[in-house]
Design a protein around this ligand. Structure first.
Ligand SMILES: [Zn+2]
Length: 444
């Protein structure tokens, strides 16, 4: 029986059903699960001193393309709009293979872990030169983060009027076959699962209507979730209306792409009727504020979505469109962006943190995570608020107003992945050396 005791936390933001905030509380972890929260707890196992720290549930990232960690700040894409940005990067990505996928995933997951993230989704939609979803799953197992990889896909290449070059698209039958393979090999439906696989055609403009429909049928047959990009910017809406004769919400609904087993990235341009549809159908959203700013896509109507009852989560999006992958900084950006649109009372620091923790867990169908309560998985972030970023703060628990952007300690399923600001589970300097070597190769 493995036990760890987190002792005398300054404040615990539980994000439980009553949003309790506890002072000087202890958290006892036993076999990967939170056994008890209270004062004066004891253990014969390891003890972690959390005095002067704020403790939160681990943050949850619901949209990423980890492979892009190798193509940050590419000059030709730095100032381009979405479609132009994609056209710049596709030929570079076409040179990736299994090693690029594994090393970029390790780097991106390490960056997330250091920013307080315990569970991440990933959307891998291109498989050049023998790359497989398994390459990223190996990386997640190595570093020890809870992982929801999605088997993405593109099937309409340039010669069929699509955006990606033909070399990056796959035949639809092969895509569905590989979805079945990775689900059967890696998906774990049980409580506390470390890996759950989803199905995720890249976007309505890179696969056919048939593949969208078949993907939804397969996901329901296998009991896995569905994910894609939707309504990201004005070009996206114009494309939907020109090609499908309807708005993205209608397209999604017609093809079976609404429901509590579906979450869509971005949704910057959803209108009122689409927001109502997503609320009614319990469809989730991965809000990616930095990417939306970076690509000039607009401000997602998160306040209106939350008020309508839509499930909203947070995503850093790919490192090539952010270009950072710091999840707690992303939560701050979400808070700030709603204030740009709606005023200073549009979103509090605590609400944005709730979206980043509990909100993410709910969108990914993981009520066993995202909150600190007995019986929940021990995914825990410990923030040191004694540093210069928090100095003078009257409310250190308002982390997103004046708080650290790196976590001090991080536990996933009770295992310590970050200790004193360092990743413990992998040799990060070695990974970064590999990353530099691979990036140099891609630049030539
Ligand atoms: Zn994306």
């Amino acid at each position: 029986m493995a036990e760890t005791l987190i002792r005398r936390a300054g404040t615990v933001l539980t994000m439980d059903d009553t949003r309790q905030e506890l002072s000087r509380a202890d958290i006892l972890i036993r076999d990967g699960v939170i056994a008890e929260i209270g004062e004066g707890l004891t253990t014969t196992g390891e003890t972690v001193d959390a005095r002067g720290c704020v403790v939160t549930p681990g943050l949850v990232n619901t949209h990423h393309h980890l492979y892009q960690t190798l193509t940050r700040a590419v000059p030709g894409g730095q100032d381009a709009l979405l479609f132009g940005w994609l056209r710049t990067l596709y030929p570079i990505w076409a040179r990736f293979g299994p090693e690029e996928m594994r090393v970029s995933a390790l780097t991106g997951l390490a960056e997330l872990a250091l920013s307080g993230c315990t569970m991440s989704s990933d959307h891998l939609y291109l498989y050049p030169n023998g790359a497989r979803l398994d390459d990223t799953i190996d990386a997640a197992r190595e570093i020890g983060l809870r992982f929801h990889p999605t088997r993405g896909a593109m099937s309409i290449g340039e010669s069929d009027g699509g955006l990606p070059p033909d070399v990056l698209v796959e035949a639809e039958a092969a895509i569905l076959e590989d979805c079945v393979r990775v689900i059967d090999a890696h998906h774990d439906a049980s409580e506390g699962a470390m890996v759950r696989v989803g199905i995720a055609p890249c976007s309505p403009f890179s696969v056919s209507r048939d593949l969208m429909r078949e993907a939804a049928l397969l996901a329901r047959d296998k009991g896995v979730m569905l994910h894609t990009h939707l309504a990201e910017n004005d070009e996206d809406i114009a494309y939907s209306q020109a090609r499908f004769g309807c708005r993205p919400g209608q397209y999604a609904e017609d093809l079976g792409w609404t429901g509590e087993d579906v979450w869509h990235a971005h949704c910057v341009k959803l209108d009122g009727a689409e927001i109502d549809l997503f609320a009614r159908s319990r469809t989730g959203i991965a809000h990616c504020p930095c990417s939306n700013c970076r690509l000039g896509s607009g401000i997602a109507p998160v306040r209106a979505m939350r008020d309508a009852g839509v499930k909203v989560a947070l995503g850093v999006d790919g490192s090539a469109s952010n270009d950072s992958g710091n999840l707690v900084a992303e939560a701050r950006q979400a808070m700030l962006l709603q204030r740009v649109a709606r005023g200073a009372d549009a979103m509090s620091a605590r609400e944005a943190l709730e979206i980043a923790t509990r909100g993410g867990a709910d969108v990914l169908g993981r009520p066993d995570t995202g909150r600190l309560a007995p019986g929940k998985r021990a995914d825990i972030a410990i923030w040191d608020v004694s540093g210069v970023e928090s100095a003078g703060s009257w409310d250190p628990a308002a982390l997103l107003l004046a708080g650290p952007t790196q976590v001090r300690h991080l536990f996933v399923e009770g295992r310590q992945v970050v200790r004193d600001f360092h990743v413990t589970t992998i040799d990060l300097p070695r990974v970064l050396e590999d990353q530099r070597r691979l990036a140099r190769r891609l630049m030539t």
